[in-house]
Design a protein around this ligand. Structure first.
Ligand SMILES: NC(=O)c1ccc[n+]([C@@H]2O[C@H](COP(=O)([O-])OP(=O)(O)OC[C@H]3O[C@@H](n4cnc5c(N)ncnc54)[C@H](OP(=O)(O)O)[C@@H]3O)[C@@H](O)[C@H]2O)c1
Length: 368
């Protein structure tokens, strides 16, 4: 039996992922975190439905290597569901020491550089890392690859996403808001001709209006850098333009909060990040209106002007993230990756992966 650990199991992602993994796979779960009461209560609840043999909780603080190595003992792989920036290197070192492979859905800047730096050591220890996993990052790369599989002569590809989280009124700000705010400091990029370009036009005019199928409709989207699309563009220099556009914040956030607060993020030493995270979180909680969930679409165009498109929707953004992680874990159980670093979108056959998401509850629109 495969043993999968979730580090940061009591956070939003961990709590949504654990029951899905128990339901959809035969994995044994180890819940890792630093709050003993919360971990035990979660393990008790899950054991009552899935049996005690399949769930265990262990205390492990991600800032302490020895504690983490001990917590990871006997596990085959660990999903990093903690808020990431501060502890990623410690976690990576502990996983290497314990010879445990990693699934990394984090959005913190610098993650790829760290995994690249450790690639040789992963190979030596026979471990793999799958990074850029989940919804975003993750699914845009899968959609772009599905489009390229269906239209190999595509020359322009736009991947669009609208992400709208339903935030309960009593939810305290999750620490992962700081990861989101840190991600805003990345320069917007588009890809083409085998390389990345700074999207200067997006710096001048940040929003583009795009339409999604009902219930989502029209949204203002911003161009954003995405390493999985850069990797795809590098392998396909014949693609002239590959872009990722993302949105879903409400008009108050887009028109007021972000223009006023984003400049503060460039002050060195990140002093304003907690303030921006707090204002953003409270504005999202107060002003975001239904529909909630996620819609991702890809539009491909060939040199001859033919078009191909596909849209994926889900009623719950974290639900879709978890389904992507479940489908990925299923895939790596069937086809173990070679030791070293991989991007999620490069591993499973894209169309089969999207069909699996549809069976797990996503809506996949017909291709055009
Ligand atoms: N790729 C994607 O599509 C995608 C989607 C959603 C989220 N994410 C990423 O996934 C990560 C988790 O998101 P989230 O919303 O679940 O965050 P969250 O609700 O803030 O949860 C973070 C968890 O990490 C734990 N943690 C923090 N520091 C720790 C430490 N030193 N040792 C052990 N555990 C620690 C927290 O435990 P305490 O309660 O003890 O603080 C909490 O359980 C974030 O980086 C987020 O950006 C990615």
């Amino acid at each position: 039996m495969v043993t999968t650990a979730i580090l940061g199991a009591t956070g939003l992602l961990g709590r949504a992922l654990a029951p899905r993994l128990l339901r959809e796979t035969s994995d044994r779960l180890v819940l890792l975190g630093r709050r003993d009461d919360a971990l035990r209560a979660m393990a008790r609840d899950l054991s009552s439905q899935h049996g005690e043999a399949r769930v265990e909780s262990r205390l492990a603080d991600a800032s302490r290597v020895e504690e983490l190595v001990e917590g990871l003992r006997g596990c085959d792989r660990v999903v990093l569901a903690l808020d990431g920036a501060r502890h990623l290197r410690t976690v990576a070192e502990a996983a290497l020491a314990a010879r445990v492979s990693c699934i990394d859905p984090l959005i913190v800047p610098g993650r790829l550089a760290l995994w690249r730096e450790l690639t040789e050591r992963h190979r030596e220890r026979g471990c793999w890392v799958v990074t850029e996993a989940g919804l975003q990052p993750g699914l845009p790369g899968v959609l772009a690859r599905a489009a390229l599989e269906a239209m190999p002569d595509a020359r322009a590809l736009d991947v669009r996403a609208v992400l709208k989280i339903r935030i309960p009124p009593d939810l305290a700000m999750p620490s992962s808001m700081l990861d989101l705010v840190a991600a805003f400091t990345e320069t917007p990029k588009i890809y083409g001709g085998g390389r990345a370009h700074v999207a200067w036009s997006a710096l001048l005019v940040p929003y583009r209006v795009a339409r999604f199928s009902p219930p989502f409709g029209r949204y203002a989207l911003a161009v954003s850098a995405l390493p999985e699309l850069e990797a795809l563009a590098l392998c396909h220099p014949e693609i002239e333009r590959l872009r990722f556009l993302v949105g879903g914040f409400n008009p108050v956030v887009n028109g007021l909060v972000l223009p006023l607060l984003l400049p503060l993020l460039w002050v060195p030493r990140r002093v304003f990040h907690p303030l921006v995270a707090r204002v953003l979180f409270e504005s999202l909680k107060r002003f975001t209106r239904p529909p909630f969930g996620a819609a991702l679409a890809v539009d491909a165009r060939s040199a001859a002007g033919a078009r191909w498109s596909l849209e994926l929707q889900h009623d719950d953004e974290y639900g879709l993230t978890c389904d992507a992680l479940v489908a990925l874990l299923e895939h790596v159980s069937r086809v173990p990756p070679a030791p070293g670093m991989h991007l999620m979108s490069e591993l499973p056959p894209p169309r089969a992966f999207l069909d699996r998401l549809a069976r797990l509850g996503a809506r996949l629109s017909p291709t055009g």
